[in-house]
Design a protein around this ligand. Structure first.
Ligand SMILES: NC(=O)c1ccc[n+]([C@@H]2O[C@H](COP(=O)([O-])OP(=O)(O)OC[C@H]3O[C@@H](n4cnc5c(N)ncnc54)[C@H](O)[C@@H]3O)[C@@H](O)[C@H]2O)c1
Length: 358
């Protein structure tokens, strides 16, 4: 019988529930082992310190394809339990994967071993290593971005503002209660995607701008950087939890330098953890060590840890350790989304314009 799309898209990816597994004894025992286990233990202890430091603003950076891989609920649990104050991500995780699932679609278990990619192409199935996606459904993401852009006042937006509008749209349309974008909107956690058009969002915005060549929505990545830097300046102390690497890693590290340029006395990031498989030999950003970042004045050297591991293995252990050690219980919701909206209002009023924020 000829294979059909349905015959490939059967078993869905399920998101790991860090609340269900108390990993504390396991991670504690890793302290007495060697190699990556001991590094992982140290990273978990550093994250726990971030959570217990009342003055620390926690930035979480997300690259790679982690939402499609089953880490969505972990990020949502971090949002709901005050374990993250701001998120910086690539577009793939937030739009192609999180918004995609918020629209009601799923990621499916596939195989990297004997996949016939030509057949998958014919059946409109996209593959991420061992995961399959229905390409026809993915087009809904592009279209949703276009529809949201059409509904907004034409002007430049930071990606944070646009992503907040997506959260609002999800609430209005009663979709994606378990999504990162909806929960970030609900709990006031700003989400930044510095390379916003480099994902499904780009297709939607290209269609929108073509329909409205003169007056359209555009994304202002300098505004993103300024907003992120304002959070850093306001927070003073900060910690980084970085999954994978890529643009989000550099963007958030650079806020220390930007703060200096703005004349603010903002210290280096006090805590930093990165989980990655990138290595250091190519001199590129993703594999560069956090000690190296300290030579640029971005990260303090005392409480940093690289963990060389694939993220889906190490993150549930490190974040699960933080969750079950309960350091988050004494933290407050920082609501940096409101802080930035208030700042926007202040700037517009100062210019004598009518405020359009709500
Ligand atoms: N990832 C996708 O499938 C996808 C899909 C559409 C668009 N894009 C776009 O491509 C651009 C680049 O993607 P990127 O930001 O993910 O950068 P990237 O692919 O270069 O990944 C950054 C670094 O993280 C490491 N890494 C990635 N996944 C990892 C994992 N699971 N465990 C450990 N290390 C891991 C990589 O080895 C790399 O060194 C982004 O703008 C993104 O939106 C990506």
């Amino acid at each position: 019988m000829k294979p059909t799309q349905k015959s490939f898209l059967k078993e869905t990816i399920k998101h790991i529930d860090i609340k269900k597994h108390n990993v504390v004894p396991l991670v504690e025992d890793m302290a007495n082992m060697a190699y990556t286990s001991r590094d992982l233990n140290r990273a978990a202890v550093i994250y726990d310190k971030m959570l217990k430091d009342k003055n620390c603003c926690i930035f979480v950076c997300i690259a790679g394809s982690l939402v499609s891989a089953g880490l969505k609920k972990m990020i949502v649990d971090m949002i709901q339990n005050k374990m993250v104050d701001a998120i910086v991500s690539n577009g793939a995780n937030m739009i192609d994967q999180d918004l995609f699932e918020a629209l009601g679609y799923k990621h499916y278990k596939g195989t990297p071993h004997n996949a016939d990619d030509n057949l998958l192409r014919d059946l409109h199935i996209d593959r991420i290593y061992d995961t399959y996606i229905n390409e026809d459904e993915l087009k809904e993401c592009d279209e949703t971005i276009r529809v949201i852009a059409e509904s907004l006042e034409p002007r430049p937006y930071s990606s944070r503002e646009f992503l907040w509008e997506i959260g609002k749209w999800l609430e209005k349309n009663k979709k994606g209660k378990d999504s990162i974008l909806y929960n970030a909107y609900k709990y006031g956690v700003p989400v930044f995607v510095p390379a916003f058009s480099d994902c499904s969002a780009g297709f939607g915005l290209v269609a929108h701008q073509t329909e409205h060549p003169q007056h359209h929505v555009s994304i202002d990545s300098a505004k993103d950087f300024l907003e992120l830097t304002k959070i850093k300046i306001n927070a003073k102390e900060s910690g980084l939890m970085m999954f994978a690497g890529g643009v989000p890693k550099n963007f958030v590290q650079d806020t220390v330098v930007a703060a200096e340029i703005l004349g603010a006395n903002s210290p280096m990031h006090k805590y930093a953890v990165q989980i990655t498989v990138a290595d250091v030999r190519d001199g590129a950003l993703s594999g560069s060590t956090l000690k190296e970042a300290s030579s640029w004045g971005k990260v303090s050297t005392s409480l940093e840890q690289m963990v060389y591991s694939e993220v889906t293995v190490a993150a549930p252990l490190i974040i699960g350790y933080g969750y079950h050690k309960k350091g988050w219980k004494t933290r407050k919701f920082s609501n940096y989304a409101k802080f930035l909206q208030d700042d926007d209002k202040k700037n517009l009023t100062a210019k004598g314009k009518k405020c359009r924020c709500n």
